[in-house]
Design a protein around this ligand. Structure first.
Ligand SMILES: Cc1ncc(C[n+]2csc(CCOP(=O)(O)OP(=O)(O)O)c2C)c(N)n1
Ligand SMILES: [Mg+2]
Length: 410
């Protein structure tokens, strides 16, 4: 070999680039229903294989099959479908509002709606999520008012956060939604710390940390796993693998570990992979992990295998780094269509009712939007007062801030 003895630097490359034909043949998809459901107190060593498989409930025919099926009633599934459809419609309207200059920034969930919507239903009131910007379904599925979310996005006079957070970075203690921070992976150490505190104070509430595939490269992710593992913290460690971290494909952060779930194995943390586009599977796995946490069995790491079908954010253009039709080729399909087909298969839903629901949901979202816009948008109408900028941080305001507030005349 010409380069014998010379070192070569390795940089993982995505399978396909823009202009190429999308190819997911490297993603092995086990049959729905084929992965066993172990007892929650299983020895993590025995289920190491689960970090390399994918738990799935919905098959191609729209049937719910296997040991992870059967936890939700038709009413609950219909509610779940409505939540996902609401989130999708909400996203489309807010993305459009950003293009109309009514807000500076927006981030969509397209293709990933099942993850946060189904997960929320596995938690109890009082549990705390430490979410990233791509889990607004946690709020929607918990009945948080859409108009309040929009007020935050518009940074208007009714914004509960008074314009002090980037649009979409919500916060609601009552809904178990810790203030979103743009500093990714901090959510993991905070979730583990919160869970440890809950255990230390003999409380009953559990925590859920959230991270994307790309952000697992941050050292906070690894530090959090050490503490969660050592202290058996009552926490669910969620990794949303949507294949992309802006323009960086998941192979970069995954490195040689095979899967993101496998990162848990070195820490002795049970690690499951689940079809993130399957509402039933996400809910069943989240429930399993929540039960473990609540019974003092410690943390569970869950990798949701999904695909970010939209742009990273309103500032991103994915056609620059991946084939345009890549999301159509994604082998796990669309979460809304899959749950819809399941409910139709069961006779609990129909195409007509679905079309009608789409129209109703759009009407509800538009009504919320009108109400929010009545309180102002980025450049028009009511705004939080300038004085608010100085409030809410210090019990006693430091002299330099008091001076600035006086200079501002507020
Ligand atoms: C600590 C940190 N580093 C870098 C960034 C910039 N950044 C914002 S989003 C993003 C990609 C994150 O990708 P991933 O974790 O896969 O989440 P996804 O956006 O796909 O949901 C990056 C690098 C950040 N916000 N925080
Ligand atoms: Mg990602």
């Amino acid at each position: 070999m010409a380069d014998a003895g010379l070192l070569r630097f390795h940089v993982p490359e995505p399978e396909v680039r823009p202009g190429g034909t999308p190819d997911f043949s490297n993603v092995t998809i086990p049959k729905a229903g084929s992965v066993p459901r172990p007892e929650i107190d299983v020895d993590p060593q025995i289920i190491r294989d689960m970090a390399f498989s994918i738990i799935r409930v919905l098959n191609r025919a729209g049937e719910a099959v296997g040991p992870w099926a059967g936890l939700l009633t038709d009413e609950e599934l219909l509610e779940g479908l409505r939540h996902m459809m609401t989130l999708r419609t909400f996203d489309a309207r807010m993305q459009m509002a950003q293009r109309q200059g009514k807000t500076s920034f927006y981030m969509q969930h397209l293709g990933e709606e099942a993850v946060s919507c189904a997960f929320r239903k596995a938690l109890q009131a009082g549990d705390m999520n430490f979410p990233t910007y791509r889990q607004a379904g946690l709020l929607i599925a918990d009945g948080y008012p859409m108009v309040t979310m929009m007020n935050q996005i518009y940074s208007n006079e009714a914004d509960p956060l008074k314009g002090r957070q980037l649009p979409i970075m919500y916060s609601s203690k009552e809904h178990g939604f810790f203030s979103i921070s743009g500093n990714l992976a901090t959510q993991y150490i905070q979730a583990v710390g919160w869970a440890m505190a809950s255990a230390i104070s003999n409380d009953t509430r559990i925590a859920a940390g959230w991270i994307g595939d790309g952000s697992t490269a941050e050292s906070d992710f690894h530090s959090a796993l050490v503490f969660a593992s050592t202290y058996k913290a009552p926490v669910i460690l969620n990794v949303v693998n949507n294949q992309w971290a802006i323009s960086t494909f998941q192979g970069i952060a995954r490195g040689g570990s095979g899967t993101f779930a496998a990162r848990g194995l070195g820490f002795g943390i049970p690690a499951l992979r689940v079809d993130g586009n399957d509402y039933l599977a996400v809910h069943a796995v989240a429930k399993w992990a929540a039960e473990r946490a609540r019974k003092n069995l410690g943390p569970t790491l869950v990798e949701y295998v999904t695909y970010r079908a939209g742009a990273h954010s309103s500032s991103d253009d994915p056609s620059a780094y991946r084939p345009k039709a890549e999301s159509d080729a994604w082998p796990l399909g669309d979460p809304v269509i899959r749950l819809k087909n399941h409910l139709i298969h069961k006779g609990a839903w129909s195409e007509e009712r679905h079309t009608q629901a789409e129209a109703e949901i759009l009407e509800t979202v538009i009504a919320a939007q009108k109400e929010a816009e009545g309180h102002g948008t980025l450049h028009a109408g009511g705004k939080p007062s300038t004085r608010d900028m100085f409030e809410g941080l210090y019990e006693e305001m430091p002299p330099h801030l008091r001076r600035q507030r006086q200079q501002a005349g507020v």
